[in-house]
Design a protein around this ligand. Sequence first.
Ligand code: GLC
Length: 422
Amino acid sequence: MTEDVDRLDAQAREILNRNDRGGYTIPTAGLYPYQWNWDSAFAAWGFSTFDIDRAWTEIETLFKAQWPDGMVPHIVFWQDDPGYFPGPDIWGTGTDPASSGISQPPVAAILARRIWEADPDAGRDRIAALYPRLVDWHRWWHRHRCTSGVAAITHPWESGRDNCPDWDPGMAGVDGSGVGPYTRRDTGHVDASMRPRKEDYDRYLAILNFGRGCGWDQETIIADGPFLMADPFITFILIRAHRDLAAIGKALGHDTAELEAWADALVAGLPTIWNEALGCHDARDLRSGRFAGVLGSGAFLAWLAGPVAPEVEARLVEVWDRVPHGVPSADPAYAGFEPRRYWRGPMWPVVNSLIAMGLTDAGRADLAERLRAETAGAITRGGFNEYFDPVDGTPCGGKDFSWTAAIWLTWASPSAGAKGAT
Ligand code: GLC
């Protein structure tokens, strides 16, 4: 047992080191050859268990790509790679370094706080320098994405959960018929049955084209863009991230009233995404007002914002109980559930680590431990894959994934608690 754990710990460190491209880590070779925003924050958390200096460098490199308006892009194209589509020329943002024109779940402050706590002396100067940049990014979220009261996304890719059923009502209103011919690269790396469908990709590109067409002007995108949906997943993350950043700010001697007010405003907005029929928070199309009507990972992050009412907890556990291998990204009882198609049902270890963080802090250590054990079991049997079939535990998607390795080292590994990283 201990030997197995030692071997898996060593393998996880080896994956992070192998995916290191010098200052930043790619999610996995082939499928995702650049720096991705929230993947990097998790990679940094993983590095913090064995190389604290490298952990800080990862986040610093990401923030080198921050836009003047505070946005931190979802992809930074540090070097060309023909194996990925859509690349920098398609995004056409004109930034240096080249980057995409949307953001991704703002987990950086949550994880930076943990990295700092792992070694307060080593981190003090690094977090002090990053702090104003993190505040600028959070302000960008507040100004440009939280105008409805909760956090919204302007592209499914901005949610980090590309093709989950949450986005179906918004995607139904997007016309993807005019995007012309293009060659996808993802299906050259991973079986097409595990990836988003062509009709999804057409729409992803149509939304991207709109952003490029207006020079990535946020006011235009929010007012007239083809897609705008309220996202419970990012809302819960942002509440927690604002609070964690406020804790960091306080420890550094800053006035953090602004951050606390942003978190409170999001909490006040939560009733706008409460779907009574579902008994949970739900994604909502801000153009039509329609709810997605499917219980998924977004609702499961509720614990990140504090304790959850007993009836909501019962509802969430009811859905979790339908599968043996971790929390499914969409309710298995939902008609469109697909256990292996990316975000339309599969279990994602990285998401489980966030759910468990909320559970632990909300006083549900028992549920957090159950989730850790299920996640660890899937990784131990299947490897450090991108995600897993929650019904039979089959490893899916890309192999040797940085964030799966990272959450193994910080949370899922039986050795993680011993290191005090949970
Ligand atoms: C996919 C995922 C997204 C992730 C990226 C790189 O687009 O949906 O969450 O950041 O791959 O791993």
